[in-house]
Design a protein around this ligand. Structure first.
Ligand SMILES: [Zn+2]
Length: 291
């Protein structure tokens, strides 16, 4: 039976992050019956109530009983159990804020009566760490060996910065992105080229730098390979630092201030929507084979 996927179409791009992990029910039953010593019936009711933590659901490094696999018929890496023992847990993380409040309330309302099937976890966070989570997700979805990643990273950032614009249309058939000193703000498309006002262009360079800095001696951008020093010099010469009152002399201090500009500062709330439907269904069928 195919389950209907939750619909996130009303959320602006870049405000929802998806995480998927597999959980091995053979491992879970093993933990509850052998290590904790519960009878299968009690283990079953405990497992049904079991709600993984945000860390377990979103960690890039899964630990038992969680694992990640792209294979069609994966085996549990801990106990070798076959696919029928595995359940997929999908988690969507929504960034709280003005643009997501209305669609989030609507979504939560649509699932609130299905308490066994969905769990909503609220977490306090801040803009800086949310930005780095977003950057991390971006890094693993891009193929840094394909030069097209530079345009994709640029688009991801400006979508996040200006979610109301139809960027899919603006980027359709696009070949290049360039700065234009004739633009004070915003963008203009000319044929297959997109021109950006220097401030936002410079911010996209910083994002490209951050995405690629750990890859092959880091720092690849639309302006070629840049060190942090060169990137900062570029931003100083274009007037970006002065316009944002950044007067730091040390390059790492300057980077901190620049991050405040692109990541934003202050608190925000994160809402994790955990889809437990496959988990509940598998727990039932696995228990049936135990009993
Ligand atoms: Zn297992």
């Amino acid at each position: 039976m195919k389950m209907k996927e939750l619909d996130f179409i009303d959320f602006p791009p870049g405000t929802v992050t998806e995480y998927t992990t597999l959980v091995c029910l053979a491992c879970i039953f093993d933990i509850f019956t052998k290590q904790i010593g519960l009878a299968p019936r009690s283990a079953y009711s405990e497992i049904k109530r079991y709600s993984p933590t945000v860390e377990e659901l979103t960690s890039r490094k899964a630990v038992r009983p969680f694992f990640d696999s792209d294979e069609k018929h994966p085996r549990c890496p801990y106990c070798n159990a076959a696919k029928r023992w595995h359940a997929r847990l999908d988690t969507h993380c929504i960034e709280g804020g003005k643009t997501t409040d209305a669609p989030r309330r609507k979504l939560v309302k649509s699932i609130e009566k299905k308490k066994d099937q969905f769990v909503v976890i609220e977490r306090k966070s801040d803009r800086r760490s949310t930005f780095f989570d977003w950057l991390d997700t971006l890094r693993i979805t891009l193929d840094l060996n394909d030069p097209a990643w530079l345009l994709d990273a640029t688009r991801a950032y400006i979508e996040r910065k200006a979610p109301k614009e139809n960027w899919a249309e603006v980027f359709e058939g696009l070949r290049a992105v360039r700065p234009s000193s004739r633009l004070e703000e915003g963008w203009a498309r000319d044929g297959t080229r997109l021109f950006l006002a220097p401030p936002i262009y410079n911010e996209t360079l910083l994002v490209q730098y951050l995405v690629s800095r750990s890859h092959e001696h880091g720092g690849r951008t639309l302006e070629g390979r840049l060190t942090l020093m060169e990137l900062i010099r570029r931003m100083r010469n274009s007037g970006y630092l002065a316009a944002h009152n950044i007067e730091a002399t040390d390059q790492f201090e300057t980077l901190e201030k620049l991050l405040d500009e692109v990541a934003g500062s202050g608190q925000l709330k994160l809402y994790y929507i955990v889809d437990r439907r496959e988990f509940m269904e598998r727990v039932k069928s696995v228990y049936a084979s135990y009993a």
